[in-house]
Design a protein around this ligand. Structure first.
Ligand code: ADP
Length: 712
């Protein structure tokens, strides 16, 4: 057979070389860079025939353009993306996505004649009716013609999917065994498991881990990724997700759940295939009845067949997750046991002392307690119990205190808990520690100071911490009031003193200058009157302060005599007449004679204070004074039509230093009403107040006609 005859008939051989052989045979190559098929060089013919007849995936790339030809075995790999034939296309078009990676390899083959290869390359392969995640190792070798010139390349491929995926899964199982095991708490173990699962999205695109609480018969979500699941309990869900878990619990076998409830949202892109969750039971194989302790629900890869290998892998995985949880659970129990033992030890050491003192401690208003290293109450007195109870009510948790053990963790605000814990730990290092806290009580929040001191055992180790918590609100309030008073008092005393000082300086200057006019009789008269006013004011302030302090000490003495209360009213009005006239204040009297046995000087003080207040706060409106006898008692009222007193302030103003007004607007020490009410009380009487804001105030004093001395 001649060369040209052979060229003519060689394409016939392609007809017996599978589908791709026939495609190549029927294709019109005359319009392509390869030219009519009959003209193809012998080396291309033989290489192509060898390739097409092979059962392994093999391809070849010919000419400068690297025109791609391949056999049937290579079709799933080459046509994986869209199933379209790539026969006759340049290789750079066929693998356009990875051309950048493989171009240098082709160059090495074509320019240098070196064989090159790629190992375990991910190739998305269209086979078994879905796009599959597969891995291939392939190599390129040169095709030389009879002159040794490189005309193209062959490409042989070896599938390594099983190896790559097998290794990946094994690695994950090893990770699970080494990282998730031996954790101290179940939650920590669960978190670690989820973290490890998250690292292998190819096999587990999303997962939910639930733990069964056998006491409550509920399964709680303890971790998830790639999916949003509402945290629902087994026994309080009615949709179909719930029976699936129940079934897995009964059968202890995995189960597929299709059609997820609408509130379960898958976040990961697992577009292909049904949205299926594979629910595996987490079984405690060491328990008597192999109980189910939880569920591992996983998403399945849509790019891998759910074959025996996949199933087995998930089985082993769920066993490992169970093992990690069980081991953490036993660690937790051991820790609890050792905590319990430490608690018992500390309790025993403290018991003796406490028994001796418990009655005394229960009588204390201070909170006295003893804590162990973990902050659990070994002892608390009654006041501590009451305080915690108040706190619970404050938080709307009901009236029963949860004491000892973890009580303290439950009852206090977060910031305090941290400071308290720090102080407790400091006390365990042997140093006393203080913490302040605004603590809710039945009367509202109050300030407490807590001192924690270390308590030692016979070996000199700190075993417990004793605490005393004291209500320091009153103390702090008194300090505040004292400081305020000092500043008001010095201001009040300074005002008349400054006036007197200025006057005296003025007079000295006038004398020095020989200005006799300044000292005429009428001017002197006014001067003495003004001085008298300032001195009286000073006197009154000092008297008030002395009186208040005597009254505080209970040292007020009454000098009784019989007189008509009208005398007192008239005397005081006379004394203040100039002032009343200057301020154009109208005083209405509505008085009956009332004779009684009282301390005249003190009652003058009462009336003076009440009238002065009516003038100070009465906004120059009329003042009405009434005296009468009702039920054998003197009833004296002083009524003004001024600014009035808010309801909230009406009780408070009878206490020392309390004022219901901005201190700079009207001067005063806040002592007058305190002195008045003390005098009235000492006479066995009472004082009351009726007032409306902007309408005025009426102070009503009731005194028995004959005082039974209460306090002398
Ligand atoms: P002081 O007048 O020196 O402040 P008091 O003890 O006499 O002290 O009075 C206490 C407070 O009661 C006053 O500061 C004022 O706010 C209020 N108050 C007393 N009397 C009256 C009144 N008649 N009208 C309005 N407020 C009054």
């Amino acid at each position: 057979m001649t060369q040209s005859e052979r060229q003519k008939i060689w394409p016939e051989l392609l007809k017996d070389c599978g589908d791709n052989g026939r495609i190549i045979y029927h294709k019109d190559w005359s319009q392509t860079v390869l030219g009519p098929i009959e003209s193809w060089p012998v080396i291309l013919q033989t290489s192509l025939l060898t390739c097409l007849e092979s059962r392994f995936p093999i391809g070849l790339n010919w000419g400068k353009e690297l025109i791609h030809l391949y056999n049937d075995a290579a079709r799933p790999i080459v046509e994986g993306h869209d199933g379209k034939s790539s026969i006759g296309s340049p290789i750079s078009d066929v693998y356009s996505e990875i051309w950048q990676i493989i171009e240098p390899m082709f160059k090495a083959v074509l320019e240098l004649g070196h064989s090159t290869w790629v190992e375990d390359q991910l190739v998305l392969t269209n086979r078994n009716n879905f796009i599959e995640e597969t891995y291939m190792t392939w190599s390129y070798s040169p095709i030389r013609d009879e002159h040794g010139v490189i005309r193209g390349t062959t490409c042989s491929v070896l599938e390594t999917t099983g190896k790559v995926i097998g290794e990946r899964r094994l690695r994950m199982l090893q990770e699970m065994a080494s990282r998730a095991n031996g954790k101290n708490s179940v939650l920590e173990a669960c978190r670690e498991c989820i973290d490890i699962l998250k690292d292998n999205e190819n096999d587990i695109p999303y997962a939910v881990l639930r733990l069964v609480d056998s006491n409550l018969n509920k399964a709680r979500v303890v971790g998830s990724f790639g999916i949003t699941v509402p945290d629902r309990a087994i026994d309080d869900v009615t949709d179909h997700y719930h029976p699936a878990l129940v079934k897995v619990m009964e059968t202890k076998k995995p189960l597929f759940v299709n059609d997820l409830p609408s509130d379960v949202k898958i976040e990961r892109d697992v577009s292909a295939g049904p949205k299926t969750v594979y629910v595996l039971p987490l079984v405690d194989k060491f328990s008597n009845d192999s109980s189910v302790i939880g569920f591992l629900s996983v998403g399945l890869s849509s790019k891998r067949p759910f074959d025996d290998d996949y199933k087995k892998f998930l089985d082993i995985l769920s066993n490992q997750v169970s093992a990690s949880i069980i081991s953490a659970r036993s660690q937790e129990l051991a820790l609890l046991k050792s905590r319990e033992e430490a608690f018992q030890h500390a309790s025993e050491l403290s018991r003796g002392e406490i028994n001796k003192l418990s009655q005394l401690l229960d009588a204390s208003k201070d909170h006295v307690f003893i804590l162990d290293r973990e902050g659990r109450y070994i002892y608390h007195n009654q006041a501590t119990a009451n305080a915690l109870k108040a706190n619970l009510i404050d938080q709307g948790r009901g009236s029963e205190p949860t004491l000892n053990r973890n009580g303290i963790e439950m009852n206090f605000e977060k910031d305090f808990l941290k400071r308290f814990t720090d102080a407790r730990l400091k006390a365990f290092t042997g140093k006393a520690a203080n913490v302040d806290v605004l603590f809710p009580t039945l009367e509202g929040p109050r300030e407490f100071e807590c001192i924690l001191s270390p308590m030692y055992d016979e070996n000199g180790n700190v075993v417990t911490v004793a605490g005393i918590t004291r209500d320091v609100s009153d103390l702090k309030q008194s300090i505040k009031v004292r400081d305020e008073f000092l500043s008001i008092a010095s201001h009040e005393l300074k005002t008349p003193l400054t006036t007197l000082k200025l006057q005296s300086q003025l007079r000295t200057r006038m004398l020095e200058k020989g200005k006799v006019d300044f000292f005429s009789v009428d001017k002197l008269d006014k001067m003495f009157h003004d001085d008298d006013m300032q001195i009286n004011r000073l006197n009154r302030l000092v008297d008030d302060m002395l009186d208040a302090s005597r009254m505080n000490a209970g040292k007020i003495e009454l000098h009784m005599e019989s007189f008509d209360i009208q005398e007192v009213v008239h005397d005081v009005l006379n004394r203040l007449s100039l002032h009343l006239q200057n301020n154009r204040i109208d005083v209405k009297l509505n008085m009956q004679p009332v004779v009684g046995v009282w301390d005249k000087y003190r009652l003058e003080q009462v009336f003076t204070n009440l009238l002065t207040n009516a003038i100070k706060y009465g906004e120059q409106k009329p003042i009405t004074i009434e005296t009468k006898i009702v039920n054998d008692e003197l009833v004296m009222s002083i009524k003004d039509e001024g600014m009035g007193i808010k309801k909230d302030d009406q009780k408070r103003i009878f206490q020392q230093f309390e004022r219901a007004i901005n201190s700079s607007s009207v001067s005063g020490l806040g002592l007058g009403l305190y002195i008045v009410s003390e005098i009235v009380k000492t006479h066995g009487g009472e004082i009351s107040l009726e007032s409306r804001i902007h309408r005025g105030s009426t102070f009503i004093v009731k005194l028995p006609l004959k005082t039974k001395l209460i306090n002398s």
